[in-house]
Design a protein around this ligand. Structure first.
Ligand SMILES: Nc1ncnc2c1ncn2[C@@H]1O[C@H](COP(=O)(O)OP(=O)(O)OP(=O)(O)O)[C@@H](O)[C@H]1O
Ligand SMILES: [Mg+2]
Length: 444
């Protein structure tokens, strides 16, 4: 480790953190990437690597102490992207004495129940919610309030264990499944909020707040995966009016402050209901899943990952640099092939030649087992397209889906008679990053 070149500690070295690592390097920082996966692609890009779990606070702190003492390393700050571990970031920043959100705020954002209690106390509009310790409590809520409802573990991310309860569903089964996903065995039920869903990303600093990330979430696969709620990527620019956008922006800022975050970055999940915007949740981190690394830079020329890094290393960020420079339609979408053994992916060369295709990645190689899509952790692959307007972007999304064909074979011969099946789209790739990259807690 070279002496006093300032180093940013990046928690995670998967594909989700690559944009963060590269942006830090463009700012002149060295990067120490931390990941428990020796094959993590970020290790090849970062100046320094530490093979430690990103959840091992004591192990990481001891390692940083040693580098400071033995090699004169100077750590400017710590951060992550796409991984929902703000309490770890806050704890390590506390150890280093570098900026971060308060540990208490971080803890609130990773506990969906405590977060909603706080938001309710601060009169932030949210769905009705209640913790349901047992299935009989859930049945009582259903009897009182009727359906639909949403049930979810209080402490997971990436839509793991989030189910839509509708008439005809089996509440006992879905309660047990949601509970099984929860680290602490706790689940909550919420009123289902109807309306367009928005993802936001806000930079707060020095009494100001700017929301350069503002995307419509795409649920065109909603019916297909029920009762699991599965998003299929997003869009910029949003279809909301300027007035609606202002309401959403004000709400996510109020919610961030209510949670105790006044310096840093927050990611909001918001529903524009007929009664106005309401918050599903606020995460205290940069998004993964191509939002801050793809949709926003491609759609508006703004890179607020840079701003988030500046805050994490104690520099005064330039919030005026977050104004859009141009406007382009950008969409990201996922592939959801039938589960089974991956046989081949067709159509890749043809689609890669298209100049508007910015990203096409598959996280499985032929011969590997593709699991059933039960959460974002099981995504098979992704692509990003841009266009002058949304209609053209949609046509390009359709073209990718029509060109790519993912052929899988059911694993158990007895399970089905069909020999092979294919997802309307897909084909192979040199970029076969491990799905573990996503499984580590990534949300869009
Ligand atoms: N009360 C609700 N009303 C409407 N939709 C909801 C509600 N709760 C959750 N959802 C939908 O389910 C998705 C996942 O829920 P939630 O954000 O609570 O879980 P998560 O594990 O953090 O997932 P994600 O990574 O998608 O944010 C939300 O983005 C939203 O689309
Ligand atoms: Mg969420």
């Amino acid at each position: 480790m070279t002496g006093n070149a300032r180093t940013l500690v990046v928690l995670g070295a998967s594909t989700d953190q690559l944009f963060l690592i590269e942006t830090a390097q463009a700012l002149g920082l060295r990067v120490l990437a931390v990941d428990r996966d020796a094959d993590a692609p970020g290790f090849a890009v970062a100046e320094e690597s530490a093979l430690i779990s990103t959840r091992d606070v004591a192990g990481i702190c001891a390692h940083l102490d040693r580098l400071e003492k033995d090699e004169g390393a100077v750590f400017a700050g710590v951060t992550t992207m796409g991984s929902d571990i703000p309490e770890i970031v806050a704890a390590i920043a506390g150890h280093l004495g570098t900026p971060s959100i308060p540990l208490e705020a971080a803890r609130l954002t990773v506990d969906k129940f405590a977060m909603k209690v706080r938001l309710r106390e601060c009169s932030i509009p949210i769905p009705w919610f209640r913790e349901v310790p047992g299935v009989e409590d859930l049945l009582e809520v259903i009897a009182d309030r009727g359906l639909p409802l949403v049930i979810k573990p209080i402490d997971r991310s990436g839509s793991r264990g989030v189910f839509f309860l509708r008439p005809g569903c089996d509440p006992t089964d879905l309660f047990q499944k949601a509970k099984a996903f929860s680290f602490s065995g706790r689940v909550q039920v919420e009123e289902y909020l109807p309306g367009p869903q928005i993802s936001t990303e806000t930079i707060l600093y020095g009494g100001r707040a700017v929301t350069p990330g503002f995307a419509d979430r795409n649920y065109d696969t909603f019916e297909r995966f029920l009762p699991q709620i599965m998003e299929n990527g997003g869009w910029v620019p949003s279809l909301l009016s300027a007035e609606e956008r202002k309401q959403v922006e004000e709400l996510v800022v109020s919610a961030s402050l209510a949670l105790g975050i006044s310096e840093g970055v927050t990611k909001g999940d918001v529903v524009m209901t007929p009664e106005g915007p309401r918050i599903i949740e606020i995460a205290a981190r940069l998004s993964g899943g191509d939002f801050c690394a793809g949709l926003v830079p491609l759609g508006s020329g703004v890179n607020y990952v840079r701003t988030a890094i500046q805050i994490a290393i104690g520099e005064t960020p330039d919030l005026d640099a977050l104004a859009p420079r141009f406007e382009r339609a950008v969409a990201n979408r996922y592939f959801f092939p039938e589960p089974g053994r991956l046989v081949r992916i067709e159509g890749v060369e043809a689609i890669r030649a298209r100049p508007w295709l910015h990203k096409l990645e598959f996280w499985y190689r032929p011969g590997e087992i593709v699991p059933e899509s039960l959460s974002h952790a099981h995504r098979f692959g992704v692509f990003v397209v841009s266009a002058p307007d949304r209609a053209t972007a949609q046509a390009r999304v359709d073209e990718v889906y029509d060109t790519i064909r993912i052929v899988t074979r059911p694993e158990k011969a007895a399970s089905r008679t069909r020999p092979e099946s294919s997802f309307p789209p897909d084909r192979p790739s040199a970029v076969a990053t491990r799905p573990g990259a996503i499984a580590s807690g990534t949300r869009g």
